[in-house]
Design a protein. Structure first.
Length: 360
């Protein structure tokens, strides 16, 4: 991004970006990569406070004090700080003193960064350039070429001056200023609506082929997290049915978009009838798979059990919006119906087996 900014300031003579050349200063530094910005901290604090209002019988002072609320995080700096911010929001929202030494996040990369430890995923996708061929073909195709040419025209520079990295850098600056700083960025002037759709599709293609339906191992690598989820739910159901007292009322697990998207894929959410490819951009305008909507900043999946007269029911919310699981008709189905829906995964989907390279 800085390289493209320097190019614009140094070499572009067009008046189309006069604001950038005369007033705008580069604020995004390389040291910010992987770090949690202030808005991210605020988002996690506010999320905790909204959850208190939605689930007042679960997120309580008593449950926090007696260790019935667990915090689990990835070891990455951004995730640890996100978890700390969520904890701050919880403690402030419950009007508690922040002196609970035992209420600290626990790092668990086996759960929150399972993809790093899945040998098949690492070799067949993460470190395999051919796994993302569809992305490469699209980025070298006519739609992206036209975006590049239009940017060059707006800047009044030769086409050869604008590279794929230039386009990506400008788009990130536009997006970051909007999402992080809530500004109508001057960098967005370099794109029109069609350009934005092309850039979005390029991003979706990458997520689709690297973390979602593009390769089977993408979703299967999350088997360990899938089983952890249902183990916790089973334990809670057993305790509810035994004496109504649950030892772990709330578990908060903080990971990455790369943690959540494969799990959602394993659950068969947001699956289009036609796979996303480098050649069907025009036919995918109404696609379900839009990674910016599925895993935006502070993306969250809520799985909640409800004790009802007819039995335990399970509700699911993604990014705080209720959704119905694929293959089920009720938004809050019986828990046993959910387990029957995913019976094949519950009885299989063994992490060690699916991740071994010598396993076909």
């Amino acid at each position: 991004m800085r390289e493209f900014y320097n190019f614009v300031v140094r070499d572009v003579t067009s008046n189309s970006l006069s604001e950038i050349k005369s007033q705008w200063a580069m604020w995004y530094g390389e040291d910010m990569d992987g770090r949690l910005v202030d808005k991210g901290r605020a988002d996690h604090r506010h999320l905790a406070q909204r959850l208190i209002k939605w689930f007042p019988s679960l997120l309580t002072q008593d449950n926090v004090r007696h260790g019935r609320v667990k915090l689990i995080t990835s070891s990455k700096h951004r995730c640890v700080n996100s978890t700390i911010a969520f904890r701050e929001g919880l403690i402030n929202g419950l009007s508690m003193e922040d002196s609970l030494d035992e209420f600290k996040p626990v790092v668990n990369d086996a759960l929150m960064r399972y993809f790093d430890q899945c040998e098949r995923f690492v070799k067949e996708v993460e470190n395999n350039k051919s796994a993302l061929e569809e992305v490469k073909h699209f980025n070298e195709g006519p739609e992206m070429k036209r975006v590049t040419e239009k940017m060059a025209d707006r800047l009044e520079v030769p086409y050869a001056s604008i590279t794929d990295d230039s386009v990506e850098g400008a788009f990130f600056l536009c997006a970051y200023e909007f999402t992080i700083r809530a500004l109508n960025s001057p960098w967005c002037q370099l794109f029109d609506e069609v350009d934005a759709q092309v850039m979005e599709y390029s991003s979706d293609l990458k997520q689709y082929w690297k973390r979602s339906y593009g390769h089977d191992i993408n979703s299967k690598s999350s088997c360990i997290l899938f089983h952890d989820l249902f183990h916790r739910l089973d334990q809670a159901v057993a305790q509810i049915n035994f004496n109504g007292t649950v030892s772990e009322a709330v578990t908060v697990q903080v990971g990455h978009a790369e943690t959540l998207l494969p799990l959602l894929t394993l659950l068969e959410m947001f699956k289009d009838d036609t796979p996303l490819s480098s050649t069907n951009f025009a036919n995918q305008q109404n696609r379900i798979f839009r990674s910016g909507n599925i895993v935006p900043y502070t993306a969250n999946l809520l799985v909640v059990l409800y004790q009802c007269p007819e039995g335990i029911r399970m509700g699911v919310r993604l990014n705080e919006k209720s959704l119905t699981l694929p293959g089920l008709t009720e938004p809050v189905p019986l828990y046993e119906d959910v387990k029957n829906r995913y019976r094949a995964l519950l009885e299989g989907c063994d992490q060690e087996t699916v991740c071994k390279m010598n396993n076909s």
